[in-house]
Design a protein around this ligand. Structure first.
Ligand code: CP
Length: 326
C-alpha cells in the first residue's frame, strides 16, 4: 500500500495537492474496476472508522459504511444526539478519546460558522486521520466523486472545458454552500474553466472566492462570476446546478428564506439544458427539490450523471480511507 497519505486528515479540498488528488482518483478507479470484477480488497481488515453525524445523510452514511465493510473493516455510526456531546464532551475529548478507539474519525457538522471549526478542533486533538463528511465550508468527498465522474464522462484532459456551478431555487431549506465552494476550489486545478452563477445575495465566502481565483490563475484555468443562469449555461460542457443559502448575505433565516423566494425561475429544465452543448452532462450531489430546483425530465434524462456521482462517493471514499488509514 502506498504511504504518501498515511495518517493525513482531509478537512478542506486543498489539504491534498493536485498530484495527491490525482493519485487518489487513479486508485478509486482501480478499486471500482476491482469491485466490478468481483475482486475483494481487504486493505483495512480489523480497522474501525467512527462516523459522527450532527446532520442527516443518505449517501454519505451509506457509502462510508459500505466502503469500510468492502475494505474489510467496520464503520461505527454515531448520531451526535445519542452521545454526551450536548452534556459537555469537547472536540478535544472526542479527538483524543475516539483516536484511542478508532483508526479514523469521520464527521458531518454543517452548522453555519461552527461545523468546520468543530471538525478542525477534533483533527487538532486526534492522532488518527479525521475525514470531513461535510461541514459549513467544504464537502471534499462529494467533490472528489464529482471530479472522478467528470473524468469518466469527459476524459482526463479537461482544459478549456466549461463547467457551470450555478445556484438553483429550492423551497425546502437553506442548504449549505459547501458543495459549490469545494467545486470552485478543486475543479480549476484540473483545467476546467469554471463559471459561477448566482443571484447577488448568494455570494460564496470571500476567502474561498480568493482561493478559487488563485487556483485558477496557478492552473491557467478560467474563473468567472455571472448573475444570469441562461448566460452561464450557454456552451457548457458540465452543468452543476444546486441550491444554497444566503448565509454570507444574512444570518437571519426568515430573511434568507424570503430572498430565496425571489428567484423561483432559477430551475434547471430542458430549455436551459438546450443552451449547453448537446453532450453536456447535468450534475447534482442530491438530495434535490425535484421540479423546483431541477425538473424530472433533466434529473432522469440522458444527460444526467447524478447516479454515477452518487456511486463514485463509494469508490473515492474507499481510496482515501485506504490511503490514510492503512
Ligand atoms: N450528497 C450528499 O452528501 O448526500 P447525503 O446528504 O445524503 O449524505
Amino acid at each position: 500500500m502506498e504511504t504518501f497519505l498515511r495518517g493525513r486528515d482531509l478537512v478542506g479540498d486543498l489539504d491534498f495537492s493536485k498530484e495527491e488528488v490525482q493519485k487518489v482518483l487513479d486508485f478509486a478507479l482501480d478499486l471500482k474496476r476491482q469491485r466490478a470484477q468481483g475482486q475483494s480488497h481487504p486493505i483495512l481488515r480489523d480497522k474501525v472508522l467512527a462516523m459522527l453525524f450532527f446532520f442527516s445523510s443518505t449517501r454519505t452514511r451509506g457509502s462510508f459504511e459500505a466502503g469500510m465493510a468492502q475494505l474489510g473493516g467496520h464503520a461505527a455510526f454515531i448520531e451526535s444526539r445519542t452521545t454526551q456531546i450536548a452534556h459537555g464532551d469537547t472536540p478535544k475529548e472526542i479527538g483524543v478519546i475516539f483516536g484511542r478507539y478508532f483508526d479514523g474519525i469521520a464527521i458531518r457538522q454543517v452548522d453555519w460558522g461552527t461545523g468546520n471549526a468543530y471538525i478542525s478542533a477534533v483533527a487538532e486533538a486526534s492522532d488518527v486521520p479525521v475525514l470531513n463528511m461535510q461541514c459549513d465550508i467544504y464537502h471534499p468527498f462529494q467533490c472528489l466523486a464529482d471530479l472522478m465522474t467528470v473524468i469518466e464522462k469527459k476524459g482526463r484532459d479537461l482544459r478549456r472545458k466549461k463547467m457551470v456551478v450555478s445556484w438553483a431555487y429550492a423551497a425546502s431549506y437553506q442548504k449549505p454552500m459547501s458543495v459549490p465552494q469545494s467545486l470552485i476550489l478543486q475543479m480549476p486545478r484540473f483545467g476546467l474553466d469554471v463559471v459561477l452563477a448566482h443571484p447577488p445575495e448568494f455570494k460564496l465566502m470571500p476567502e474561498i472566492m480568493e482561493q478559487a481565483r488563485e487556483q485558477a490563475k496557478k492552473s491557467g484555468s478560467g474563473f468567472e462570476v455571472v448573475d444570469d443562469m441562461d448566460a452561464a449555461f450557454k456552451g457548457a460542457d458540465i452543468v452543476y446546478a444546486k441550491s444554497w443559502g444566503a448565509m454570507v448575505h444574512t444570518q437571519d433565516e426568515k430573511e434568507g428564506a424570503k430572498i430565496i423566494g425571489k428567484y423561483s425561475s432559477w430551475i434547471t429544465d430542458e430549455r436551459r439544458m438546450k443552451l449547453a452543448k448537446p453532450d453536456a452532462i447535468y450534475m447534482h450531489p442530491l438530495p434535490a427539490d425535484r421540479n423546483i430546483e431541477v425538473t424530472d425530465d433533466v434529473m432522469d434524462g440522458p444527460q444526467s450523471a447524478v447516479y454515477d456521482e452518487a456511486e463514485n462517493r463509494l469508490h473515492a471514499q474507499k481510496a482515501v480511507m485506504a490511503l490514510t488509514m492503512s
